[in-house]
Ligand binder design. Structure first.
Ligand SMILES: C[S@@+](CC[C@H](N)C(=O)[O-])C[C@H]1O[C@@H](n2cnc3c(N)ncnc32)[C@H](O)[C@@H]1O
Length: 498
């Protein structure tokens, strides 16, 4: 049995005297208490965010002695490539490079045709939630209520544990990762403020709060534990490393089919193979561009195979398509904003008024249209205002219409077998109801526009300046959102005129 006193160097936090450890513990306890406050309002959320930020600044200062010295990414790339070659990664005519604004990227060494193989990566190289549970900290992951329920957090812990192990199989890959990220946990309060007016502002505060809460929870758990398999985590775990590991997973993970054997249901139907979160070395060095998916997981060879989604010229950066995220989701979950985003949309939260005597009938019609479910008929509903010339989709159109209907109209549509026609432009609805619907949408969008402290013109002017990346991302996002609102106002105006 190993020693369990604090004299064992494996059982205490590195780099801090006992007095400093006590001081740090106090700060971490205060942070946990602050971030566990459950009631939410815009002013309270901001207060918690800024107080937590101040605590985290003090914590980061105290934990500074544990900051890791890292070699530059450029220096780490040759060992990473050597490691991949040794482990049977098949590379097409591509190479790794560093580029301003993009960090590392994959570049074409010669002209690549659409459909040509970019690379194929065997599963043995991937860090997954399955390798996490099979690792030395597997029992910790399986038994902790957060880690066992949140695969992305479990993967972040796996990454951290491997990072703290100088003999880790994944060391060449981990060394080649960025040393910091552009996720909102790396934003200063001034930078986050640039998101005011955008729905992403609340999401950013929530994200920072969740990560701070998780850090303080795990810090206390690790310091209390005497489990020898957690010694590296206990000695090295810092907020800086935690936000790094979480951001690594958030910005780079993909899903692959589980490796666990699938039991067939009484010999007849094959059960669907569950998906697991994975970090796929090399695949995760490709940056995103709008387009189509061109990556597949081949279950027979257990390899991730990535093909060119379009032609790429010699020397050109090779992009892949990450998926249909809005610009706000890209900012919050991926740490970038791509304004050439054909999937962009703005979340519009609208609900039925409790004081509306027809609220029950409107809710019943929403249920009939499957916009609401019977289990949740109160509270705001999140709709998406789309970028482009058609900002209003069928669901939002139907909501606007039934929101503005009279009792007679509601009764008729509730009894109709063709209620789903409300989601289509031409549905034989009274002009008066349609006019009211578009006027309501126009007024709501004008109100939302006023929530942003700056105008579209002011944003455009700011973008002409040499903005630091975080500020630039925020300005790009709010500009994209204002464009969606302005286009919805324009569209509504035209419909009313009609
Ligand atoms: C999966 S990684 C891609 C490789 C990454 N550039 C690196 O340095 O390792 C995703 C990250 O790349 C960057 N990125 C990806 N697509 C981008 C884009 N279109 N514009 C700007 N940054 C992008 C963002 O920082 C994002 O968090």
């Amino acid at each position: 049995m190993g020693k369990t006193t604090n004299k064992d160097s494996n059982l205490v936090r590195k780099g801090l005297t006992r007095v400093k450890r006590d001081e740090l513990k106090k700060l971490v306890d205060e942070l946990l208490q602050k971030c566990s406050y459950s009631l939410s309002s815009p002013s309270k959320d901001w207060e918690i965010y800024s107080e937590s930020w101040n605590l985290l600044e003090k914590i980061r200062e105290m934990e500074k002695s544990l900051d890791r010295l890292r070699i530059s990414r450029n220096e780490s790339l040759p060992s990473f490539v050597e490691w991949m070659t040794k482990h049977d990664v098949k590379m097409g005519p591509v190479e790794l490079a560093e580029l301003p604004l993009y960090g590392c990227c994959v570049k074409a060494k010669k002209h690549i045709n659409s459909g040509e193989l970019l690379f194929s990566i065997p599963q043995e190289l991937m860090l997954t939630t399955e390798t996490a549970t099979k690792s030395s900290i597997g029992h910790f992951i399986n038994n902790d209520p957060i880690l066992s329920q949140m695969p992305n957090v479990a993967l972040a812990f796996h990454v951290l544990n491997e990072l703290y192990d100088p003999k880790s199989f994944w060391k060449p890959y981990l060394d080649a990762l960025p040393s910091s990220y552009d996720t909102v946990m790396y934003f200063s309060p001034d930078e986050i403020t640039e998101l005011k007016g955008s729905p992403a502002f609340d999401d950013a505060l929530k994200m920072c709060r969740n990560i701070a809460r998780q850090y303080s929870y795990f810090y206390s758990l690790l310091q209390k534990s005497v489990d020898p398999t957690l010694s590296n985590l206990r000695a090295n775990f810092t907020y800086n490393d935690y936000r790094w590991a979480v951001s690594t997973v958030m910005t780079r993970q993909n899903l692959i089919p589980s490796q666990e054997e699938i039991v067939e249901g009484d010999g007849k139907e094959k059960q669907l193979v569950p998906l697991v979160n994975a970090l796929i070395p090399l695949w995760d060095f490709c940056n995103h561009q709008d387009g189509q998916f061109s990556t597949d997981f081949h279950p027979e060879s257990r390899r991730t195979v990535c093909q060119a989604g379009r032609d790429f010229g010699a020397g050109e950066q090779v992009f892949i398509f990450y998926g249909t995220r809005t610009c706000a989701e890209q900012l919050i979950h991926n740490g970038f904003v791509d304004t050439n985003n054909s999937h962009d949309a703005l979340t519009l939260k609208i609900g039925l008024s409790k004081s509306d005597p027809l609220a029950g009938q409107r809710a019943a019609l929403l249920c009939k249209l499957h916009i609401l479910s019977d289990e949740k008929i109160s509270g705001p509903i999140a709709f998406q205002l789309k970028a482009g010339p058609q900002p209003v989709d069928g669901q939002l159109l139907a909501f606007l219409r039934l929101f503005c209907m009279t009792k007679d109209s509601l009764d008729r549509w509730l009894q109709s077998d063709n209620a789903s026609n409300l989601m289509h432009e031409e549905c034989g609805i009274e002009t008066e109801v349609d006019d009211k619907s578009w006027s309501f949408l126009k007024a709501r969008c004008q109100l939302l526009l006023q929530l942003y402290p700056t105008t579209k013109e002011a944003d455009l002017k700011m973008l002409e300046e040499d903005l630091i990346p975080h500020r630039r991302m925020c300005v790009l996002l709010r500009l994209a959102e204002k464009r969606i609102l302005l286009s919805a106002i324009e569209c509504a105006g035209q419909r009313i005129k009609k």
